[in-house]
Structures are given as structure tokens and as C-alpha cells.
Design a protein around this ligand. Structure first.
Ligand code: NAG
Length: 164
């Protein structure tokens, strides 16, 4: 038996519970050269490589079935690699930014995590698929000469073509 006050409270909680970001949101500042990594149909991510210089993510490169995509941004600094096994997928992410994207953490289904960069930026974000069956398909973002300014995570079905 719901009192009107209880109903109102539930409505307020439902509104507050809505995440402040959507799956299509960029984290950081959408300035500079835009990019999206390749996301070939029916292929899973098999590796993610990020180049980190002075606590800034400089570039991102993905791999599908051992085929390397181009480096988006700059291959400068220290390469850090997450190699995924056949049935392993990235299910959620965490990161920080100040002027540049400074840290990205990928959490996989194994479960395990891989840190790219260090915890420096004051602005934190996390992201995950809207559909619980979906996994990380790739990245979009913006970079300038100093590094990545913004990042967006693209989620979709593991072997299908559907993305969010
Ligand atoms: C992609 O991942 C799904 C789910 O783990 C798996 O069923 C499928 O076989 C994988 N595709 C390839 C090409 O490895």
C-alpha cells in the first residue's frame, strides 16, 4: 500500500538514480582531432595498447584476432598492453583526467584489471554497457599534440555487429 509521499520519494530516487552520463558521452574535453578505433564486424578485441608519457595517455591502438589497427594519437612514451584471451572481454572502465586523459583502467571478465597511466587527474569517470550482455568494442576520442583530450567507450554484443 503506497502513500503519495512514498510514491513521490520513489520517483525522486528514480530520477537521482539515473547516471549523470550516458553510454555515448565523452569523458574529458572534445577538442582536437577526432578518432575511433576499428570495430570490425564479428570480431572481438584481442589486445589494447596505450602509450603513456608523463602520466598522459598519448595514443591508443587496438588489435582484433592479432591484427593491429593504427595508433590513434601518438606512439610516444611507454607502451602498456592488455592482451585478452579468447573468451575474455572488458566489462567496465574507470579513468581520470585533468587537461588530458591521465589514467584508464580496464576491468575484464576474467576478472582482472589493467592500469594505463597513473591516478593523477582530479576528474574521475567510470563507464559500463547499458546492456549487461554487452562488452567493450573499441574507443573513440579526441587528441592534440600533448595527448588525448577526451575518450568515449563503445559497447556492443560480443560477436555481433550491434553497438550502443
Ligand atoms: C567473441 O566472444 C564471444 C563471447 O565470449 C565468443 O562466443 C566468440 O566465439 C568470440 N569470437 C571470436 C571470433 O573469437
Amino acid at each position: 500500500m503506497f502513500q503519495p509521499e512514498v510514491m513521490l520519494l520513489l520517483v525522486i530516487l528514480a530520477v537521482l538514480g539515473t547516471p549523470a552520463f550516458s553510454a555515448n558521452d565523452y569523458h574529458g574535453t572534445t577538442t582536437g582531432t577526432p578518432f575511433c578505433t576499428s570495430m570490425p564486424e564479428g570480431k572481438n578485441l584481442t589486445a589494447v595498447r596505450m602509450y603513456v608519457r608523463n602520466s598522459v595517455i598519448m595514443g591508443i591502438q587496438v588489435e582484433h584476432d592479432g591484427n593491429q589497427d593504427v595508433v590513434n594519437g601518438y606512439a610516444e612514451g611507454t607502451p602498456v598492453v592488455l592482451t585478452l584471451s579468447d573468451d575474455e572481454h572488458v566489462l567496465w572502465v574507470f579513468g581520470t583526467y585533468r587537461t588530458y586523459i591521465q589514467q584508464i583502467v580496464l576491468y575484464t571478465s576474467r576478472p582482472r584489471d589493467q592500469y594505463f597511466g597513473s591516478l593523477k587527474g582530479p576528474n574521475e569517470f567510470s563507464d559500463y554497457p547499458q546492456n549487461a550482455d554487452h562488452v567493450l568494442k573499441g574507443f573513440c576520442g579526441f587528441y592534440v599534440r600533448g595527448g588525448l583530450r577526451a575518450i568515449k567507450f563503445v559497447w556492443g554484443s560480443a560477436s555481433g555487429t550491434c553497438t550502443e
